[in-house]
Design a protein around this ligand. Structure first.
Ligand code: GAP
Length: 510
């Protein structure tokens, strides 16, 4: 774990050093859980969004994209349930004056017990060597079983309290477990209370309750309230989808793990409207389709897993998360939910407008059911960036830091490097740059020895370095170096565009 912690620190510092991500308002000592994307981070982020948009909107005739406003009518958040139920249970420590999420304190306590189980397993694995069978060990070892029993009991009590909205019970559980504040070390806790995660603001000049607006905590509601507009103006036939990429805001109390949990973040969401009764087939379809999208980036399949929800929200009849193995463990990257007709029904009820679809094949009107796919741009960035970052020892014993980003997402597709800054090589390099720059993001670099320039490009993830040398002036060819294999090949300048085109594609997944 210590290694993973060090690695995660490296991810954060590499992102800053090379212009991917900066702490927001840094010269004013930063603003907690808010980050700015720098010059390279913006390119990578835009490429992620484009990759998603193409896969969802461009490649599907029956999915269209919108861009709804962040400010929305306040009644929308009543209808969606966010005003009443988008809460976290909070507790303060009276000595440290720090605020915590009660559920996170309990989860952290459970994680400590899980650590004990892992330590028992590690000890046993050492003792038994190759003969060690973890499955068998955890189901028979008395100490492990005792720890597991504790975990199960805590989870059960916790679920009971959450389901019954029993905040006093939650506090009692924290006291019973002897959970102390990590800062003050005391158990001097306040009562637990619910805290709404939406940021509120005021619109207009009159300050009264009626004009309280919320910064949207998800982009999905902008899609639901435009369902009829899009369906009618686009003459959309069910099944069809509406996609959107945009900012969302949540007043996260425990905002940590860099860009994993932020207060201002971006979502890529798609609501797919289907005939009632067909939703579970479509749920299965999107569950598989979304994983294929991830795999097409070339990241190994074992870095992803599904986490099917056993406990469903009252409006959902199926839900799963696609989890990714971040440097701090498997965590949610994307959610896929079968949301029934909950949202459209609620908006019909609250707005007084019929949000129905006339199905000419069935000759009847109904409120469509919805499958939602919802993924964070920033979490996707973190998953891809942290997986790509590596320190490598080369055959000659030297080391390099390389960011093996999927070529389709890399900020620069190629670097154009004249071998030396004389003999007409910079001019030739500029000529090549000018012929390719309208199709590809390129970086020109003539400073320092070629080896150092290669390393700089490795560190920012540029898949190809195109070197212009003296032979180029005679044979009109250049050397193209592959970032990952470091192999070099000679390519005629006239073939460069086709070469880049062929090598900068997402991987096809069958
Ligand atoms: N409309 C459904 C919805 O918003 P969610 O599970 O709350 O569902 C969807 O959020 C995705 O948005 C998550 O899987 C995650 O990738 C991203 N996300 C949620 N909260 C986030 C935060 N505070 N910071 C960064 N990304 C977040």
């Amino acid at each position: 774990m210590a290694n993973q912690e060090d690695f995660f620190k490296k991810v954060v510092s590499h992102a800053k050093e090379y212009g991917f991500i900066f702490p927001s308002s840094e010269i004013y000592d930063g603003l907690a859980a808010v980050y700015d994307y720098g010059q390279l981070g913006t390119e990578l982020k835009n490429n992620i969004k484009q990759y998603w948009w193409r896969a969802m909107v461009q490649y599907h005739e029956n999915i269209v994209g919108i861009d709804s406003a962040i400010f929305m009518h306040p009644k929308i958040w009543k209808a969606s349930g966010h005003v009443d139920a988008f809460n976290d249970p909070l507790i303060d420590n009276k000595d440290s004056k720090k605020r915590y999420r009660a559920d996170v304190l309990i989860e952290d306590h459970i994680a400590k017990i899980e650590d004990k189980i892992n330590k028992e397993c590690a000890k046993a694995a050492k003792r038994f060597g190759d003969a060690f069978n973890r499955e068998q060990f955890v189901t028979t070892n008395a100490r492990v079983l005792e720890h597991q029993k504790q975990i199960d009991e805590i989870r059960e009590k916790y679920a009971e309290c959450m389901n019954a909205n029993d905040l006093a019970g939650l506090k009692q559980l924290i006291l019973d477990l002897g959970i102390v504040d990590p800062i003050s070390g005391t158990r001097n806790w306040t009562d637990v209370r619910q805290f709404n995660l939406m940021f509120a603001t005021k619109m207009g000049s009159v300050i009264d309750d009626s004009d309280t607006l919320y910064l949207r905590p998800e982009t999905a509601q902008g899609i639901f309230v435009n369902f009829l507009n899009v369906q009618k103006s686009g003459r959309m036939k069910i099944p069809f989808g509406i996609a959107q990429i945009g900012k969302a805001f949540r007043n996260e109390i425990v905002a940590r793990q860099f860009i994993f949990r932020m207060r201002e973040f971006e979502q890529m969401e798609m609501q797919f409207f289907v005939r009632p009764g067909t939703e579970l087939e479509w749920f299965k379809h999107w569950k598989e389709e979304r994983l294929r999208w991830h795999l097409a980036l070339g990241i190994p399949a074992e870095k992803y897993r599904y986490h099917d929800h056993e406990k469903l929200a009252h409006y959902a009849n199926a839900a799963t998360d696609i989890e990714f193995e971040f440097p701090f463990g498997f965590k949610e990257l994307e959610g896929i939910h079968s949301r029934t007709d909950f949202d459209l029904s609620r908006h019909s009820e609250f707005s007084g407008k019929k949000l129905q679809y006339f199905d000419s094949e069935l000759n009847e009107s109904y409120i469509p059911y919805v499958i939602e796919t919802s993924i964070g741009v920033d979490r996707t960035f973190l998953a891809i960036f942290s997986h790509a970052l590596k320190d490598e020892v080369l055959p000659d014993g030297s080391t390099r830091t390389v960011l093996s980003l999927p070529a389709v997402l890399a900020p620069y597709k190629a670097a154009i490097l004249p071998l030396v800054k004389k003999d007409g090589l910079p001019e030739k390099a500029r000529e090549i740059m000018d012929s390719l720059k309208y199709d590809y993001m390129l970086q020109y670099d003539e400073k320092d020895a070629i080896g150092r320039r290669y390393r700089r490009q490795d560190a920012i993830g540029t898949p190809y370095c195109i070197t212009v040398d003296n032979d180029t002036l005679n044979d009109n060819s250049v050397t193209v170096r592959d970032r990952d294999t470091m192999q070099q090949e000679r390519i005629p300048i006239e073939n460069l565009s086709l070469f880049l085109h062929q090598h900068i594609q997402p991987i096809k997944v069958d």
